[in-house]
Design a protein around this ligand. Structure first.
Ligand code: HEM
Length: 326
């Protein structure tokens, strides 16, 4: 990896979004919405981090890695009215993220960053996905292809293979997604009966705060706790999580249930691959590291007496500096 030299137009703004999540400068980062988990209330029965993670998956899920088309390219913005994308979550995620859209931060990079924040902010930092920049926004919709719960297992296997994931990785990726949020009766009345409060049936019992993103979804599946509406729902046809988690005889989901660290590690690896799935011709940067010494808001004023006044801020990251000294 090459040594960082300030300034770098490609990565400086995204570096701030990634590493200035709290305090001075934090207004520049979409993290202000969802880190820590549920920082902002998105409304009854809703979880902002879950919506952002689902948005990233639905943007990626139309990828065809052999053809080199689709992936994280913000084409979801043109696809929200498709029947494979029900729910207000997609539009609202895109509206939230669009506030951070600049020539130096594409919508596609922001969607990927949203997934990084969702997993990180809701796992108490246990899932920290390296972030690379350089995704390019699509100019129109991509092919359809987001998996639906009523599809049979073999179609899901084919669909994940098109997206670049093996049948075993499919199990992992679905568990890593369905540890957050749940199914909304307003959008899926055939799965969750419409009654109260947006009618959200969460995938597991840890759905808020710092441990929302944890292996409880796997533990409760293995223990037959009938919480997950896509595993134990009254409608057999839409129990896709059940079919997927059992598709290898329960091996992967069992390992995820047995070991929190295996769960976090699997999710870090698979979600990193998910956000780095990009169309042919797009090259991502090295993972963005915190810059040790970073100037910002610099001003040079020429005074009437001919002198010059420099002002602004310099951010110093002691940990990075210390690592260099040692
Ligand atoms: C066969 C594959 C999959 C199917 C059939 C599926 C289906 C669904 C359905 C029906 C919902 C309910 C949506 C709602 O009511 O708002 C949902 C929610 C969700 N899915 Fe998936 N999903 C799949 C894979 C994935 C993957 C791979 C991820 C991410 C890695 C993911 C992330 C999520 C998240 C975070 C939610 C919760 C959204 C919220 O609470 O607002 N899903 N999924």
């Amino acid at each position: 990896e090459s040594e960082y030299i300030w300034p770098n137009a490609k990565t400086d703004l995204l570096e701030s979004m990634l590493y200035e999540q709290q305090g001075l400068g934090s207004g520049n980062s979409p993290a202000t919405f969802i880190v820590p988990c549920e920082k902002v209330n998105f409304g009854t029965g809703r979880n902002g981090a879950a919506e952002w993670l689902r948005t990233a998956y639905h943007d990626m899920a139309t990828a065809d890695v052999v053809a080199g088309t689709g992936g994280i390219d913000a084409s979801i913005g043109f696809e929200v009215n498709r029947d494979e994308n029900p729910g207000v979550g997609f539009n609202e995620t895109l509206v939230n993220l669009a506030a951070f859209l600049t020539p130096r931060s594409s919508m596609a990079d922001l969607i990927a960053l949203g997934a990084v924040f969702a997993a990180n902010g809701c796992s108490n930092g246990n899932v920290t996905i390296p972030f690379r920049a350089g995704r390019v926004d699509a100019k129109g919709p991509g092919a359809p292809g987001v998996p639906k719960p009523e599809q049979p297992l073999d179609e899901h296997i084919t669909s994940f293979q098109r997206q670049g994931f093996t049948p075993q990785e499919m199990i992992g990726l679905v568990a890593c997604g369905h540890t957050l949020g749940g199914v909304h009766g307003v959008d899926f009345p055939e799965i969750v009966p419409v009654a109260t409060d947006q009618n959200t049936q969460t995938f597991d019992t840890t759905n808020s705060g710092m441990n929302a993103f944890d292996n409880t979804v796997a533990v409760q599946f293995v223990n037959n706790v009938t919480q997950n509406p896509l595993a134990f729902g009254h409608n057999e046809t839409t129990n896709s999580d059940g079919r997927i988690f059992n598709s290898d005889g329960g091996e992967v989901i069992g390992k995820m249930a047995d070991s929190p660290s295996y769960f976090y590690q699997t999710c870090t690896t698979l979600l990193e691959r998910m956000i780095n799935t990009v169309p042919k011709g797009v090259t991502l940067t090295d993972p963005i590291q915190p810059i040790a010494v970073k100037p910002s808001k610099l001003f040079a004023t020429i005074n009437s007496n001919g002198t010059m006044t420099m002002s602004g801020s310099i951010r110093v990251c002691y940990l990075v500096l210390l690592r260099r000294v040692i």
